[in-house]
Design a protein around this ligand. Structure first.
Ligand code: AMP
Length: 296
C-alpha cells in the first residue's frame, strides 16, 4: 500500500489505473478505523481492482469545535489496518491541501439536509460532507464509492447529490457493523466510559423494539415510536430525535407500508451517538430487517 498526500499525485495515480482498465473503488473515511470501516474496505477489495481509502478528518462537517478537537486520530494504526486488508492507496491529505486559501465553494443538497441530523447539527454539516465527497470524487474519479448504512441520512443526501449533479459514480451501501451487544460501531465509542458504554446500548434496543412491534403487525408510526422510546427509558437515555421516515426522502412515515427507516440520535454523557434500522414490510409481514441483538 502506498500513502498519497497530494491531490495531483492522487489524480495521476487513478488516471493511470483507469487507463490500464482497472475498476477503482473509493472508501471515504475520517480514520480511527473499526470493524465498520473494515467491512467497507473488504467490500471494495472484493469488487474493485484498485482500492483507495481516503483518510481526512473534514473540519467543514463538524458543528462543534470540541468534537473536532476530540475526534480520535490514529493514522499509523489505520495505515496498518488498511494495508492488512489489501488496500492499494491510502489518500491522506492535509487540511490545507483540501481547502487551500481562497476556497469558497459549497455543495448543498436542499431539503434532505435540513431534517434530523441536519436539524441537530446545523445546515453546515451535510454541506461539509457533500463538498468534501464531491472533491474526493473529482480527485480520485472512482467507479464505485462505499458508504455505511450507519449514516443513513448521509447516504440519502449523497445519492441525491450524485443523481442531481450527474456524477459518474455508483454508491454502494454496506450494512451497519455492531458490537456483540448491538451497539453500532463508531469512532466516537472510545469516548464512552464504562457506565456510559452500558447505557449506549439504548439506541439499538430502541431499534430492536421497533422491529419486534413491526413483526407483531403494528403499523402505526406513533405506536411504534412509543415502543422504541419505552425500550430506551431503562437506560436513562433521552433521544435528540427518534423518527420513522422514508429512507430516500426522509419525510415522516405515519403508517408503515413498505420501506421505513427508524432513525435515532442521543447523547450519552458528552458523546453523541446515532443509529438506524431499515425495515421492509409487505402487508402484515415484516419481510426484511437488519440483525440487531435484542437482549443484553
Ligand atoms: P467515518 O470515518 O465515521 O466518517 O465513517 C466512514 C464510513 O464508514 C462512512 O461511510 C460510515 O457510514 C461508515 N461506517 C461508520 N460506522 C460504521 C458501522 N458501524 N458499520 C458500517 N459502516 C460504518
Amino acid at each position: 500500500m502506498i500513502t498519497i498526500r497530494t491531490k495531483a499525485e492522487m489524480h495521476a495515480h487513478t488516471a493511470a489505473a483507469r487507463a490500464a482498465g482497472r475498476r477503482i473503488g473509493l472508501v471515504p473515511t475520517m480514520g480511527a478505523f473499526h470493524a465498520g470501516h473494515h467491512a467497507l474496505m473488504r467490500a471494495a477489495r472484493e469488487a474493485c481492482d484498485e482500492v483507495v481509502v481516503s483518510l481526512f478528518v473534514n473540519p467543514a462537517q463538524f458543528d462543534e469545535a470540541g468534537d473536532l478537537a476530540a475526534y480520535p486520530r490514529s493514522e499509523e494504526r489505520d495505515a496498518a489496518d488498511a494495508a492488512g486488508l489489501g488496500v492499494d492507496v491510502l489518500f491522506a491529505p492535509a487540511p490545507e491541501e483540501v481547502y487551500p486559501a481562497g476556497f469558497a465553494t459549497r455543495v448543498r443538497v436542499e431539503g434532505l439536509s435540513d431534517v434530523l441530523e441536519g436539524a441537530e447539527r446545523g445546515p453546515g454539516h451535510f454541506a461539509g460532507v457533500c463538498t468534501v465527497v464531491a472533491k474526493l470524487f473529482n480527485v480520485v474519479a472512482p467507479d464505485v464509492a462505499y458508504f455505511g448504512q450507519k449514516d443513513a441520512q448521509q447516504v440519502a443526501v449523497l445519492k441525491r447529490m450524485v443523481a442531481d449533479l450527474d456524477m459518474p459514480v455508483v454508491l454502494e451501501v454496506v450494512p451497519t457493523v455492531r458490537e456483540p451487544d448491538g451497539l453500532a460501531m463508531s469512532s466516537r465509542n472510545v469516548r464512552l466510559d464504562a457506565a456510559e458504554r452500558e447505557r449506549a446500548v439504548a439506541l439499538s434496543r430502541a431499534l430492536a423494539a421497533a422491529e419486534a412491534a413491526i413483526a407483531a403487525g403494528e403499523r402505526d408510526g406513533a405506536t411504534l415510536r412509543a415502543a422504541a422510546l419505552g425500550a430506551m427509558a431503562p437506560y436513562r437515555v433521552e433521544p435528540e430525535y427518534l423518527a420513522l421516515v422514508d429512507p430516500d426522502s426522509f419525510s415522516p412515515v405515519d403508517l408503515v407500508n413498505g420501506r421505513v427507516l427508524v432513525a435515532v440520535a442521543a447523547r450519552v454523557g458528552d458523546t453523541r451517538l446515532i443509529d438506524n434500522a431499515l425495515f421492509q414490510t409487505h402487508g402484515g409481514d415484516l419481510t426484511e430487517a437488519p440483525t440487531i441483538t435484542k437482549e443484553p
